[in-house]
Design a protein around this ligand. Structure first.
Ligand SMILES: Cc1cc2nc3c(=O)[nH]c(=O)nc-3n(C[C@H](O)[C@H](O)[C@H](O)COP(=O)(O)O)c2cc1C
Length: 385
């Protein structure tokens, strides 16, 4: 079966004239056919082609990963978890769904009832998860994650591991100190991500997202607040990102050419001594060079929120320079409540895709309601012209 978002010949690649936004913001990879929007139509309604993998998203709205804890106690996908996604995607108003973080190895498990992608026996349940979204005609990525020092021996039965014997700044007081990873540990973690990617392919996902944000293991390596190493995996941005680049390389080799690879990058820590915006920009460039199809910009050791602003698109100070520095599409999430917020962020050139988390979590009809609102506004504007 050829899914709608995989129609041959719809990929324009690069810039398309009809994709230029009202504020002159280029809409990258705008599809030339297969539902491309006309001049003057809302930016959020415009399809986006990912040239490297041939995936075409019907619009610019992404349901970003939000942990639901709806797996069973063994980490297996449940019907409730699948329904969570179908109820939100069945209106066919989401361009892409990114399923919540799935742990790639038992020692990297963050929560009870988190879904597992760490065993071959998980593939059967993962297949149902991917199919739930495909039944809604919606492409789907699965997020691959290792919690590092944010895991706990009470849950995993293993001492947590991390780049250095350091907890993330937001860790609970009294949380056990992690064991410092040696070269074998690093190799095992890279391999675990690669095996998880293989399972994602076997399960029928359209791609994967590597979680390197929000104080989890790969972010613990990237942040100078938690990485004090003096070997090749520490030091400058390249050293601190080295394990993530190795993960990207290993994951890529397990995906088929039609699958997308996204990295969720904790590009800035917004804390003294932590990563600054320039570090995030440099990291995004390196990730693009390593073969990512998408960069999803979020927070690092400040997690996914800002304490100083709740403005829709509150990481746009980071996503805007990242987008200027890379050629692949950039996802921006944080504080988007209405579709008008998404339209403005796209018009401002802050991103190519707008991520929505809590608004969709809290209202399963969010995308449908917002889309109707957009259509009405567009019709009203047409009548006034
Ligand atoms: C309950 C909850 C669970 C989350 N789980 C994940 C996750 O599994 N992976 C991830 O990358 N981000 C996760 N996030 C962060 C969201 O993807 C998103 O970046 C954040 O909620 C900000 O966007 P919003 O304002 O639209 O909600 C989570 C956020 C919340 C509130």
């Amino acid at each position: 079966m050829t899914e709608a978002w995989r129609e041959a010949g719809t990929v324009a690649g690069g810039e398309a004239p009809e994709g230029a936004g009202p504020a002159g913001a280029p809409a990258r990879g705008t599809a030339a056919a297969g539902g491309a929007a006309a001049v003057g139509s809302p930016l959020v309604a415009r399809p986006l082609a990912l040239p490297r993998c041939g995936l075409t998203l019907r619009n610019r709205l992404v349901m970003v990963p939000v942990a639901t804890a709806k797996a069973d106690a063994a980490g297996r996908v449940t019907e409730t978890l699948c329904e969570h996604y179908t109820t939100r995607a069945r209106g066919r108003h989401l361009g892409l769904v990114e399923c919540e973080h799935h742990f790639v190895s038992p020692e990297g498990r963050a929560n009870p009832h988190q879904a597992s992608i760490s065993r071959d026996s998980d593939v059967e349940g993962l297949r149902r998860e991917a199919a739930a979204l495909h039944d809604c005609d919606t492409p789907v990525l699965v997020q691959l994650s290792h919690a590092g020092s944010a895991a706990s021996s009470a849950l995993t039965g293993m001492r947590p591991i991390a780049p250095s014997e350091r907890l993330a700044p937001g860790a609970k007081v009294g949380h056990e100190l992690p064991r410092v990873m040696d070269a074998d540990d690093i190799g095992r973690v890279v391999e675990a991500f690669a095996r998880a990617a293989r399972r994602a392919r076997l399960a029928g996902f359209d791609g994967v997202e590597v979680h390197a944000a929000h104080g989890y293991l790969l972010d613990q390596f990237f942040s100078p607040l938690t990485n004090l190493r003096e070997d090749a995996y520490g030091g400058d941005v390249f050293g601190r990102l080295r394990i993530t680049l190795e993960v990207v390389d290993a994951v890529r080799s397990e995906l088929d050419g039609r699958m997308a690879l996204s990295v969720r990058l904790g590009g800035c820590d917004y804390r003294p001594g932590g990563n600054e915006i320039e570090d995030g920009v440099e990291a995004a460039r390196l990730l693009e060079g390593a073969g990512c199809d998408l960069v999803s910009v979020s927070g690092g050791m400040n997690y996914y929120t800002r304490i100083d602003t709740l403005e829709p698109g509150y990481f746009s100070d980071l996503s805007t320079p990242v987008r200027a520095a890379v050629g692949v599409p950039v996802i921006l999430a944080g504080g988007v409540r209405r579709i008008g917020d998404a339209e403005r962020l796209l018009a401002d050139g802050a991103c190519d895709l707008v991520g929505v988390g809590r608004a969709i979590l809290n209202n399963e009809r969010w995308a449908d309601v917002q889309w109707r609102r957009l259509e009405r506004a567009h019709q009203d504007a047409g009548r006034r012209r």
